[in-house]
Design a protein around this ligand. Structure first.
Ligand code: PBG
Ligand code: ZN
Length: 323
């Protein structure tokens, strides 16, 4: 006697009945990149289908997203002026505060998440204030600024804050700042386990956020470390994070499962720019069935343990799910 697995694979209806993992349009958050001006929608060479947009275009895009059933976006800002601390990010008239206000005014039913970091806003391109001696980000000064940035987003009407800078203590600092300003009901989705990854390359073109000098290895994690990856997420849960995240996604599915098994919190994955561009370029070269590979990849994220998928593919996935 041997087990007959194929007995349950012959009838397609039975195959569907037995499918363990399901994708739903509700699983997705779609990233958008805001800049000042009007009528601007500029495609990014390294990421076909991804655009830098002025706020009016983002407002229009939200109408298209809702028609596809996508109800949640994550915003990144490209400011006009960068400086050493990233002032635009902490200003109520800054690009992100303005975008939140205009999107929420036009689309009160759109769930607006903001990426909370400084790399797009600093002239040196690092994720916080630089320590002049160590030439790396000063953790604790950056914590104060992250709390300020969070309160600015909160006052503008954001629905969820997503800090991505990998500073130690960032969740506690942001939670305290929000609570003190009476935003006790504003959730935090932490980029809790974020690796120092070459897969972010194309994003840095879109967000104009490459570090001028050096790299992010003193704050983002070493891709080789599994125990530390779990510890980072567990620490953010203890500090008060509401949702955890593993980023990048595709090359880190083992970590997604590890984190899932070590928390009761919901878990997000960030299907990053490099992962997106690889599929786009492979499709262009005619070497893959793009739709099939994309859907298989999304399914893999959920099977590994993701509850939420942040992805540039979200619109394409939503269309396929309607079929
Ligand atoms: C900013 C941030 C980055 C991404 C999301 N937030 C870039 C980075 O850390 O360099 C990457 C997203 C992507 O590659 O799609 N801290
Ligand atoms: Zn950053």
């Amino acid at each position: 006697m041997f087990p007959r697995f194929r007995r349950k694979r012959i009838n397609p209806v039975l195959r569907d009945l037995l499918q363990e993992t399901h994708l739903n349009v509700n699983d997705f958050i779609y990233p958008l990149f805001a800049k000042s001006g009007s009528g601007i929608k500029e495609e990014v060479g390294s990421m076909p289908g991804v655009f830098q947009m002025s706020i009016d275009e983002i407002v229009k895009e939200c109408t298209a997203l809702k028609a596809l059933g996508i109800k949640s976006i994550i915003l990144f800002g490209i400011p006009d002026v960068k400086d050493s601390v990233g002032s635009d990010a902490m200003c109520e008239h800054g690009i992100i505060a303005q975008t939140i206000r205009e999107v929420k005014a036009a689309h009160p039913d759109m769930f607006v998440v903001t990426d909370l970091c400084f790399c797009e806003y600093t002239d040196h391109g690092h994720c916080g204030v630089l320590d002049p001696v160590l030439e790396t980000v000063d953790n604790d000064i950056t914590l104060d600024n992250l709390a300020k940035q969070a309160v600015v987003h909160a006052k503008a009407g954001v629905d969820m804050i997503a800090p991505s800078g990998m500073m130690d203590g960032m969740i506690q600092a942001i939670r305290n700042g929000l609570d003190k300003a009476s935003f006790v009901n504003l959730p935090i989705m932490s980029y809790s386990t974020k690796f120092s990854s070459a897969y972010y390359g194309p994003f840095r073109d879109v967000a104009e956020s490459s570090p001028g000098k050096g790299d992010r290895k003193s704050y983002q994690m070493n891709p080789a470390n599994r125990n530390e990856a779990i510890a980072e997420s567990v620490a953010d849960e203890a500090e008060g994070a509401d949702i955890l995240m593993v980023k990048p996604a595709l090359a880190y599915l083992d970590i997604v499962r590890d984190v899932k098994n070590n928390t009761t919190l919901p878990l997000a994955v960030y299907n990053v720019s490099g992962e997106y561009s690889m599929l786009k370029m492979a499709a262009k070269a005619g070497v893959i069935d793009y739709d099939a590979v994309m859907m298989e990849t999304m399914m893999a994220f959920k099977r590994a343990g993701a509850d939420i998928i942040i992805s540039y593919h979200a619109k394409e996935v939503a269309l396929l799910l309607q079929k």
